[in-house]
Design a protein around this ligand. Structure first.
Ligand SMILES: Nc1ncnc2c1ncn2[C@@H]1O[C@H](COP(=O)(O)OP(=O)(O)OP(=O)(O)O)[C@@H](O)[C@H]1O
Length: 322
């Protein structure tokens, strides 16, 4: 089996004494997609930002993040700069915000190529055309000269993907890349990402709060709650037999469909506790229909074959979904 492109062990992120992310471990192999899923505020974005060394200056990181075997926690900004945009690329939720509104899209891709590769002159132009073609932009000679506002949201996200691929990365981190798009365009972008991943053998970390998207794209899934991974498993196993009551609640309430951040799930009352207001013991216990006295103790993430669950009272397939 190929070595992981990303191997995170015991990752923590603190803002002063508040733990925002705690003891997160995950790993991605070439050609594999790991989905990070959970409600707003569970720590998905911070986990991704840590992988690129892009956290705000006031936050401290602990644990280990190995990219292609090399530790990045504690390394200098110049080493991180070398990795960002070359071996690792990232795409974000809103392409309109990430793209420069006053530069033509072709020129923006050229800049990414020049910054991270040895290509120059006509070779850059040819690579821009090849990338735009690869991500399904029609009429490349015309559209490469457009400004972002002249293209639709879906086209702009394709341009962002082209920029991400410009440097032939081995790991792609995608933070809710389809959330701002309507459903049909979302499906097209997911298909594009899947095709590109298969073609290039990319490792992908894909952040979403939408289980429909998870079902489409994931190989493995880590469910996060209040800064921790509460369950992780291969996607089929997770959907067939979710064990953590939070995973079940997510499935029962299908959080993807039009839910605003911070609103309660149908199947469970309450919201994700703020990092400064997390309960003692299991973070999910106050919202959990199965909570008992033991939940005052922190449940450890226990491995059972390919699955890990952090729950004193995990559910099993035969029980009714929450
Ligand atoms: N720079 C920061 N300083 C202090 N707290 C922060 C900082 N950045 C994020 N947080 C807090 O850390 C927690 C996790 O945030 P994060 O953005 O990773 O969540 P998320 O799961 O990605 O949510 P969303 O889907 O809304 O992006 C939240 O409670 C957030 O308010």
């Amino acid at each position: 089996m190929a070595a992981p492109v990303l191997d995170v062990t015991g990752l923590s992120v603190h803002a002063g004494r508040n733990a925002l992310v705690e003891d997160v471990s995950l790993s991605v192999r070439p050609g594999e997609t790991l989905c990070l899923v959970g409600e707003s505020g569970c720590g998905k974005s911070l986990t991704c930002m840590s992988m690129l060394g892009l956290l705000d200056a006031g936050l401290t990181v602990g644990g280990s993040i190995r990219l292609f075997g090399a530790e990045i926690v504690g390394v200098s900004e110049s080493v991180l700069n070398g990795l960002r945009g070359s071996d690792v690329a990232m795409i974000f939720q809103n392409p309109m915000v990430s793209l420069n509104p006053v530069k033509r899209v072709g020129a923006q891709i050229s800049e990414a190529i020049i910054e991270h590769t040895d290509l120059r002159g006509g070779a850059v132009d040819r690579r821009v055309a090849e990338l735009l073609d690869q991500v399904g932009i029609p009429n490349v000679p015309r559209n490469r000269n457009c400004y972002p506002y002249q293209l639709s949201g879906g086209m702009c996200q394709r341009v962002m993907i082209a920029m991400a691929l410009a440097c032939r990365p081995r790991l792609l981190i995608a933070d809710e890349p389809t959330t701002a798009l309507d459903v049909t365009i979302q499906a097209q972008i997911l298909r594009l990402l899947r095709d590109i991943q298969a073609e290039l053998g990319l490792g992908v970390v894909f952040v979403t709060h939408d289980l429909g998207v998870v079902a489409e794209i994931a190989d493995t899934v880590s469910v996060m709650y209040a800064g921790r991974v509460v369950e992780s498993a291969p996607v089929d196993m997770l959907f067939e037999d979710p064990r953590h009551p939070y995973t079940r609640a997510l499935m029962a309430s299908r959080i993807g469909f039009g839910r605003m951040p911070g609103t309660a799930l149908d199947a469970i009352g309450g919201t994700v506790p703020a990092p400064s207001a997390r309960p003692k013991g299991c973070n999910f216990a106050p919202r959990c229909h199965r909570a008992g006295a033991r939940c005052a103790q922190d449940p450890r993430l226990l491995r059972d074959g390919q699955r890990s669950v952090a729950c004193h009272f995990p559910e099993t397939g035969s029980e009714a979904m929450a």
